[in-house]
Write a new protein. Structure first.
Length: 491
């Protein structure tokens, strides 16, 4: 490096734990910047100042005013600095970041996140009112997808940009009228731009204009270049494949640690597997199931959606009961799937239990108390629960897709030297059942089953490895010599 200072990265996202969270993105936004900071990167987060965030943070000093919004500076519990974009007309309202209290999308989401994207681009250019300027703007998901477009087309001496895809199914597609409403340069609305089948796609803007693209696992990076998982953007992603990387997310290995977890009935570890049975008994009691130590318990913590494949679990539930085994489910979502799960509980009250909804403590209890964890997702960009499960010695049974295929080791029939879970290749009930049957054949033999558990618990899923990959990507992106206007000479 010739900068004479640490690498600077502005990390832009629409949510960040613990202040605002609807899914895994918030956990990444909290954990990855902290891991990068530990590697010496000067990283700062840019986040909308939602009302809920303002309540969590309290008074925060104003560092600048930009497009009428106050840019406030706060600090995450990790110590990472955060720039809050305080635009009350867009973000000071009750409800979630994307929807109102009734679950309806905010009518002005295109304007809200178009504005946020523009602010992020300004903060990453020589027009920023802040003295701190990043070398790289790293945006996440569609909500900041227009930032690379604004940066490339409007700003002088811009930072380089990276667009990360967490789930290609969510693209931020809106009417083409918003091109003018959001003050996008007219040339942005083109096939080689933000135009998407006659509409405006925020995410396509990021995928076209960013200097580099990443997604959350190597397998998903390949899958989204095909028709099945490309959601209409596979052609663009194939065109940009040389700029596309797949980097698996990490997990918070402090929060998710069975040796110190305060949310489980009894701590245990790789060398104290016997105490895991105490958690199994506690889980069975919690859900009102018979406390039978040798009866296998299968756990599910999932959003109820077609993507997650919970219907496949419903389809094989009777076969599980006949083993005999127990099934414990936590989650909510699709009303039809909720009804199907409730019906299973009604029909098999001694073998199947469920809690419709979500709470963190119960999720931890299931990871610690179940014998196996089911993740039959039809597609899964990365996934976190399969990593939690392995850390807790609860071998996952999962569809071999995306991050599930990249983080679970399955050596196949008859081999367990490195096996940490069980994968199936087709998203069908019969394939799921075949994987369950294979797992049960090992479960019935305590010594090899403990070997699988210990293999799983030996895996390192912490953020350091992922953060190192990102840092190396940043450095590689900055390596080409810059021209006088800040544009890379190789472009």
């Amino acid at each position: 490096m010739t900068r004479g200072r640490p690498l600077r990265v502005l990390y832009a996202a629409s949510e960040c734990a613990p202040w605002v969270k609807t899914g895994g993105l918030a956990d990444v936004t909290a954990a990855l910047p902290a891991a990068l900071a530990a590697l010496g990167v000067d990283v700062r987060v840019c986040l909308p100042a939602y009302r809920a965030v303002r309540k969590e943070v309290g008074p925060a000093p104003i560092r600048a005013v930009l497009l009428g919004a106050d840019i406030r500076e706060a600090e995450l519990p990790s110590g990472v600095k955060v720039y809050l974009v305080d635009a009350p007309w867009f973000f000071d309202r009750e409800g979630g970041p994307y929807q109102d209290a009734e679950g309806r999308d905010w009518f002005d989401n295109p304007e809200r996140f178009g504005f946020f994207s523009r602010v992020c681009a300004l903060l990453a250019s020589e027009d920023s009112p802040l003295s701190w300027r990043p070398d790289i703007l790293h945006g996440h998901d569609w909500q900041v997808g227009l930032a690379p477009a604004f940066l490339r087309l409007e700003r002088t001496a811009p930072a380089l940009s990276i667009q990360t895809i967490h789930n290609l199914a969510f693209q931020g597609v809106f009417a083409s009228d918003y091109v003018s409403v959001l003050h996008l340069p007219p040339q942005a609305y083109a096939v080689e731009g933000v135009e998407f089948y006659g509409q405006l796609s925020f995410l396509k803007g990021g995928l076209h204009f960013a200097d580099a693209l990443t997604t959350v696992s190597p397998t998903y990076a390949r899958e989204i270049q095909g028709d099945a998982c490309g959601f209409g953007l596979q052609g663009l992603l194939r065109h940009r494949r040389a700029s596309l990387s797949g980097i698996v997310n990490g997990i918070d290995d402090v929060t998710w640690n069975p040796e110190t977890d305060p949310l489980i009935a009894a701590p245990y570890g790789r060398d104290r597997l016997a105490d895991k049975r105490l958690n199994k008994a506690a889980l069975q009691r919690q859900f009102g199931l018979p406390e039978e130590a040798d009866r296998p318990v299968f756990g599910v913590v999932s959003r109820f959606a077609w993507q997650k494949g919970l219907d496949l679990v419903v389809d094989i539930a009777e076969r599980l009961v006949a083993v005999p085994a127990q099934l414990i489910v936590l989650g909510c979502g699709d009303p039809a799937l909720e009804a199907a799960v409730k019906d299973l509980v009604r029909r098999y009250p001694q073998a199947i239990a469920a809690r419709i909804g979500f709470d963190e403590a119960t999720a931890h209890a299931i990871e610690a108390g179940a014998d196996c964890f089911l993740m039959p997702s039809r597609f899964e960009p990365c996934g976190l629960n399969q990593m939690y499960s392995q850390r807790y010695g609860t071998p996952p049974i999962a569809h071999a897709t995306g991050g599930l295929a990249d983080t679970i080791t399955d050596e196949g029939a008859g081999v367990i030297d490195k096996t940490t879970g069980f994968l199936f290749r087709e998203a069908t009930a019969s394939a799921l059942w075949a994987a369950i049957a294979r797992a049960l054949s090992w479960y019935e033999r305590p010594e090899p089953w403990h070997r699988i558990m210990k293999n799983a618990m030996s895996r390192d899923f912490g953020w350091t490895q992922s953060a190192t990959r990102y840092r190396d990507l940043y450095e590689e992106l900055l390596r080409p010599v810059r021209g006088p206007q800040g544009v890379r000479d190789d472009q």
